[in-house]
Each structure stands twice: as C-alpha cells, then as structure tokens.
Ligand binder design. Structure first.
Ligand code: PBG
Ligand code: ZN
Length: 322
C-alpha cells in the first residue's frame, strides 16, 4: 500500500500515539554510573574536574553519600575508579586489600543495594601511567596478567559484583576467571572491555584520574579506530575466555560496533559513553548551543544500536529528569 492510503504521519499524530508506538525506551536499569574516588581526600572534600563540568572526585565518605542520593533516584549500578595516594612501577596500590577501590566496594555493599562494579586496570596506579607492566619501554602482556588477576581478586574479596578489566591485554579474561574461580568467586561477573579503541575521547578522563601515559600512547594494546572486524574477534575471544558482559568503548563514535557485536553474539552488551562524549555535550549545553534534550537523544542512540547497558556520566542528569 502506498500514499495516499499509507500515511506514516498517522503514527506520529499526537503524543499519546507516539508514546505507545515508541520502539526504544531508556530506563534507570540501563545506566551504570562511573564514579571517581580519591584516596587523599578527607570526608567533606570533593574536587570538581575542570575537563568534566559537573563531575567530581570524591572522598570515600562523600562517594557513598552521592551513591545513596543516586540510588534514591533509581540508579541500579555503579562503576568505581580509584585515584590512589601512591603510585609505583607495578601499581601495587591497585591490589592492596586496603586500597581505595577495595574500601569503596566494601562500604557500598554494606550501605546500598547497588550492583557494584569495579574497573580493573593499572594505569592510575603506575608511575608510567600505562595499563600494563613496563619492561624496556615495552608493555609486557603475560606478566601484566598476574597483576590484573590479583587486582580482580582483591575486588572480589571486597565484595564486588562485577569486575571490569579495561587494560586490553590478551588473555586477561581467562586469567581473571581462573583466579576468581579457584578462590571461590565463581559468582562474580566479568564485564570485559572487549572492543576498546585507542580514542582521543578519553582525554578528560585521564585528567580526572591522572592516568595519562608518561610516554608514548596506548596503541599497542587498544584498538585502531579504523577496525571493526577486529572488534568481532576481540569480542569472540573474550566470550570464549569467560566474559559475561561484553563492552564497546567509546560509544557514540562506535555505534556500528555496538550493533555488530550485539547482532553477532546476542549476549549482554554494554557501551561506555566516555568522558569526551560527556564533556562535549556538556560544553555545548553550557554554551547554550544545545538543549539538555541532546543528552537523552545521545543515550537513546546507544541503546537503539543494541547496548543493554550504558556506562555514562549523564546518569545523574538522566535520573533527575525521569
Ligand atoms: C583506562 C581507562 C580509560 C577509561 C576508562 N579506563 C582511559 C584510557 O584508556 O586511557 C576511559 C573512560 C572515559 O574516558 O570516560 N584503563
Ligand atoms: Zn588502564
């Protein structure tokens, strides 16, 4: 049937009709809020982040208060990033059972019902700022796995529901799954940053957690933005190694990758709406170039592409509007 019998505008006639025909809907359950906890800060101390308007680095206690406020507004899950007091060559504060993330996990599990997820990586914790262990100017893969596994184990011991390795070393999902299982944590999920690109959109995050590499870049471990078949291989390997949730990162410039991975594997898929995506829209809104509706539209596009979960700094803004 064609025009004039078929009239697509009938489907958009008024808001009630549009409401019942809407295909993609965003809800609080879809969102994961990434939060920064800085070990050095004392209760009552909160730092704003210059490159991420509206976002903060919290002390342990203030982080819990913020998490509770968001939980009251409907937030279901949170992803923790630590900013340690001390860094060294092997990132030992990352696998210290008394480390800032381990403490944060523990207190959140005690005081909230949130699903607690933790970033597993070395870059905030090493003096060289890379996601792996350095030997002779090279990030060495297999040695790094032992450190990552140890970090994941201490997070599980602290009570993490989900560990999320963001380093992009080969074989890390397998070695994390193994150490978790051997230690009785077979119920802890792994959300793997399966297709993580070497992206310019991470710049504000590196400022937020002081994790910029001291030399070089992350291109020997993060993916080339030109590649999509490689993303499928990365995702497939992570699944074989035992990943429960696959993640694509960044989100908006990689919607095609989200769709491909979701269509191909049909497993829970997350997308990381990264710091640069956040700051870009925030700056546009603050300057008056864009309205706040752009936030909703951006998040919606990520879900429409196939993401079941969206890690986003906009979680607070979104929940406020609901
Ligand atoms: C590092 C890490 C990065 C992000 C999360 N974990 C950045 C990087 O690879 O340098 C980016 C998050 C964001 O930009 O919001 N393991
Ligand atoms: Zn890292």
């Amino acid at each position: 049937m064609e025009f004039p019998v078929t009239r697509m505008r009938r489907l958009r006639k008024n808001s009630q009709i549009r409401d019942i025909l809407r295909e993609t809907k965003l809800s609080a359950e879809d969102l994961i809020y990434p939060i920064f906890i800085k070990e050095e800060l004392k209760k009552g101390q909160v730092e704003s982040i210059d490159t991420m308007p509206g976002e903060k680095r919290y002390s342990l206690e203030d982080m819990v208060d913020e998490a509770k406020i968001l939980e009251d507004k409907g937030l279901k899950s949170i992803l923790l990033f630590g900013v340690p007091r001390q860094k060294d060559e092997v990132g030992s504060s990352a696998y210290d059972p008394q480390g800032i993330v381990q403490k944060s996990i523990k207190i959140l599990k005690e005081e909230t019902d949130l699903v607690v997820m933790s970033d597993v990586c070395l870059c905030q914790y090493t003096t060289q700022g890379h996601c792996g262990i350095l030997e002779n100017e090279e990030i060495v893969n297999d040695e790094t796995l032992e450190y990552l596994s140890q970090i994941a184990l201490t997070h599980a011991e602290a009570g993490a529901d989900v560990v999320a390795p963001s380093d992009m070393m080969d074989g890390r999902v397998e070695s994390i799954r193994e150490i978790l299982d051997v230690n009785g944590f077979d119920d802890v999920l792994i959300m793997s940053y399966a297709a993580k690109y070497a992206s310019a959109f991470y710049a504000p995050f590196r400022d937020a957690v002081c994790s910029a590499p001291c030399f070089g870049d992350r291109k020997t471990y993060q993916m080339d933005p030109s590649n999509s078949q490689e993303a499928i291989r990365e995702a497939e390997l992570d699944l074989i190694e035992g990943a429960d949730i696959l993640m694509v990162k960044p989100a908006l410039p990689y919607l095609d990758i989200i769709k491909k991975i979701k269509d191909e594997f049909k497993v829970p898929t997350a997308a990381y709406n990264v710091s640069g995506e956040y700051s870009m829209l925030k700056a546009g809104i603050e300057a008056g170039y864009l309205s706040e509706d752009s936030i909703w539209e951006a998040l919606l596009s990520i879900k429409r592409a196939g993401a079941d979960l969206i890690i986003t700094h906009f979680a607070g803004d979104f929940l406020q509007k609901l």
